[in-house]
Design a binder for this molecule. Structure first.
Ligand SMILES: [Zn+2]
Length: 158
C-alpha cells in the first residue's frame, strides 16, 4: 500500500534596488526588476523545495542550504531544487504533483507560465501547475515592493 504525504511551502522576497539584478521564477528569466536574496531569489524554486521537504519530514531549505554558507551565494535555485528531489528519492519518495501560486504585480506570469511548468515538471518528474496572481494593488506586493509564492506538494512511497 502506498503512503502519501502532503507539504506546503511559502516564500517571499523583496524586489532589488540593483537594476542589473535578474528576475528568475522557476528557472525562467523574466523582465526585471529582479528579486533580492542571497541566492538567485527564485521564490518558486524555494517554496517548492520547502513543500517537498516538509512533506517528507526533512529539514527546511534554510537548514539544508544555509544563507550563512557562501557557497550558496547567487546559487542557482533550480539546482538546489534538484538536490531536494534527490534527497527525497534517496528516502524512497516520488513526487505525485505540485500546485503553485506566484503572487506578484508585474510582470504578468501568463506569457512564461508554460515554460515554467514544463521545466519544473521535467525536474520533478511530475505534473506541476503554476498560477500567477496579482495582489490587486494592495499591500507590499501591490506596491511592487516584493513578491510571494505558495506551493502545495503531494509525494508518495510504495
Ligand atoms: Zn527564497
Amino acid at each position: 500500500m502506498s503512503t502519501f504525504r502532503i507539504g506546503q511551502g511559502f516564500d517571499v522576497h523583496p524586489f532589488s534596488e540593483d537594476p542589473e539584478r535578474t528576475l528568475i521564477i522557476g528557472g525562467e528569466t523574466l523582465p526585471g526588476p529582479g528579486l533580492d536574496g542571497h541566492s538567485d531569489a527564485d521564490l518558486l524554486a524555494h517554496a517548492t523545495a520547502d513543500a517537498l521537504l516538509g512533506a517528507a519530514g526533512l529539514d527546511d531549505i534554510g537548514q539544508q542550504f544555509p544563507d550563512t554558507d557562501s557557497s550558496f551565494s547567487n546559487a542557482n535555485s533550480m539546482e538546489l531544487l534538484k538536490n531536494v528531489v534527490q534527497l527525497l528519492k534517496d528516502e524512497g519518495w516520488e513526487v505525485c504533483n505540485v500546485d503553485c501560486n506566484v503572487i506578484l504585480e508585474e510582470p504578468k506570469l501568463s506569457l512564461y507560465k508554460n515554460n515554467i511548468q514544463d521545466r519544473m515538471s521535467k525536474l520533478l518528474d511530475a505534473p506541476v501547475a503554476v498560477k500567477g496572481r496579482s495582489s490587486e494593488g494592495m499591500g507590499f506586493i501591490g506596491k511592487k515592493e516584493g513578491a510571494a509564492c505558495l506551493v502545495v506538494a503531494l509525494i508518495s512511497k510504495s
